[in-house]
Structures are given as structure tokens and as C-alpha cells.
Design a protein around this ligand. Structure first.
Ligand SMILES: Cc1cc2nc3c(=O)[nH]c(=O)nc-3n(C[C@H](O)[C@H](O)[C@H](O)COP(=O)(O)OP(=O)(O)OC[C@H]3O[C@@H](n4cnc5c(N)ncnc54)[C@H](O)[C@@H]3O)c2cc1C
Length: 224
């Protein structure tokens, strides 16, 4: 197990109390979820009302990054220093037990608490945009036109140091193998899940003769 991201003082708020053996606080476990998950649900409060907004996220080193429009309410509130909760979930399978009660899901998820700040440094902003692009489609940043000055001006990039964070993971079969229910003639096991790319749809306005890029081809070859 790698080094913990949360200190003893801060681990309290992210300590996994239900099924504590599934909780992990080391960098490797938390970064694995962040790096494999594309979508984060980002929660914050506005005027006493919690909001939880789906967004893309990318990690660089010990920080998680978001990007959005300068016109975005979410980016304005988060960039203004509102406490945030970032959750990333990977669903690995559905767990079918003999009883309805013992059904479950195999998953890896991460919950991060912290405060975002606006990224002003031009090099760090470009690095974050490259990280977003290449995270979604590895190698795509090298294929595309880079952001113009105007596009950069219209884009807010936020980063949050990864400090107070937990991962929670469930692996394996249903828990009723050793119970009296195992004597029933009911199938039990795991239906494994994966997210896979299916096919490409060329843009209607695509000039003829432009081949599918290597980056998209690699996505289609992935097994998920
Ligand atoms: C998979 C995914 C990835 C996304 N990635 C990004 C990203 O990287 N950057 C980015 O800026 N935006 C992203 N979005 C869009 C994002 O969810 C918000 O719609 C957007 O950021 C505008 O937020 P806002 O608070 O300014 O919107 P507002 O329009 O001010 O939100 C007002 C209300 O509209 C509703 N609303 C807003 N967004 C959604 C939504 N997605 N689904 C349902 N209701 C909604 C909510 O009730 C919200 O309180 C992504 C959406 C999805 C589904």
C-alpha cells in the first residue's frame, strides 16, 4: 500500500465507517480511480442548497483539475473558494446473490474533499488542457489545433490539491456462498461490466478523404 494522502488529523471526515475494510487512503488506490474514471460528480453549496454537477476531471501529480466556461455558475462558485466534494465512481460488475438482500455491486470509488483554486499560470493551463484531451483520447492533443488566445480566455481551469481523500472498493463474489442460502438452486455470481467504445461516426461536415485518426483507432481497439 502506498503513502496516505490524508493526515491523521484530517482522515476523520473521509474515514470509511461502513465496511471499513473496503476503505483505502493511499495514493495508489485513489489515483487509480481518478485516472480510470472520466466523469466526476462535483458537489458544492450555493445559498444553502447542495448541488452535484457531473464534469470531466483529470489528475496531474497531486492535484485534480476541472475545466469549464467562464460563464459557468459551477466554475464561478468553485473558483470562489467554496468547499467542494469530488466523487468518481467505476462500476466493475453486478453481484447476484441467492437472496435479494445480498445483491451488491463491485465498484471502485473515490471521494475527495477540498477547495479549488483558479489556475493562472499559462503553462499549467496548457498542461491541464493537454491532460484533459489526452485522458479522454490518448494522443489526441498531438493531432489537434491547439487553443487560441480567445479560447483560452473563455476557459476557466481549476485545481484542487488531493489531501483529504478516500477510496472504497468492493471486489469478488456474493457473500452468501458460505450461508444456508448456498443450498438453494439459485444462480449466484458476478456479471462483470466494462465500458467500451463501439464505432466512429464521421462528422457530417468532414472533408472527404480524411482517415480516422490513430487516436480514435486505438480507442476502438481497446477491450475496455
Ligand atoms: C459527462 C459530462 C461531462 C461534463 N464535463 C464538463 C466539463 O468538463 N466542464 C464543464 O464546464 N461542464 C461539463 N459538463 C456540463 C456540466 O454538467 C454543467 O452542465 C455545466 O458545467 C454548467 O454548469 P452550471 O452550474 O454553470 O450550469 P447551470 O446551467 O447554471 O446550472 C443550473 C441548473 O441546471 C441543472 N443542470 C446543470 N448541468 C446539468 C447536467 N449536466 N445535468 C442535469 N442538469 C444540469 C442543474 O439543476 C443546475 O443546478 C459535463 C456534463 C456531463 C454530463
Amino acid at each position: 500500500m502506498g503513502d496516505a494522502v490524508a493526515t491523521k488529523k484530517t482522515i476523520g471526515r473521509v474515514h470509511v465507517r461502513r465496511q471499513p475494510s473496503r476503505g483505502h487512503y493511499d495514493r495508489d488506490s485513489i489515483y487509480e480511480v481518478l485516472d480510470e474514471g472520466l466523469v466526476a460528480h462535483v458537489a458544492f453549496m450555493e445559498a444553502g442548497q447542495p448541488f452535484c454537477i457531473p464534469m470531466l476531471q483529470a489528475r496531474i501529480g497531486d492535484a485534480v483539475y476541472l475545466h469549464g466556461s467562464t460563464a459557468s455558475r459551477t466554475m464561478r462558485i468553485l473558483g470562489g473558494g467554496a468547499p467542494a466534494c469530488v466523487t468518481v465512481t467505476l462500476l466493475d460488475g453486478l453481484v447476484l446473490a441467492r437472496s435479494a438482500f445480498e445483491h451488491s455491486a463491485n465498484y471502485r470509488s473515490a471521494v475527495l474533499l477540498g477547495i479549488f483554486g483558479r489556475v493562472a499560470d499559462p503553462d499549467e493551463r496548457i498542461a491541464a488542457l493537454a491532460a484533459f484531451t489526452n485522458k479522454l483520447v490518448p494522443g489526441r492533443w498531438e493531432e489537434v489545433r491547439k487553443p487560441s488566445r480567445q479560447e483560452l480566455k473563455a476557459t476557466v481551469i481549476l485545481s484542487m490539491p488531493i489531501g483529504e481523500a478516500s477510496a472504497k472498493c468492493r471486489f469478488g463474489p456474493p457473500t452468501d456462498d458460505g450461508s444456508v442460502d448456498a443450498g438453494l438452486d439459485i444462480w449466484a455470481g458476478v456479471v462483470r461490466m466494462r465500458t467500451a467504445f463501439d464505432n466512429v461516426e464521421p462528422s457530417p461536415g468532414l472533408r472527404p478523404g480524411i482517415p480516422v485518426p490513430a487516436s480514435a483507432g486505438r480507442l476502438l481497439e481497446r477491450k475496455g
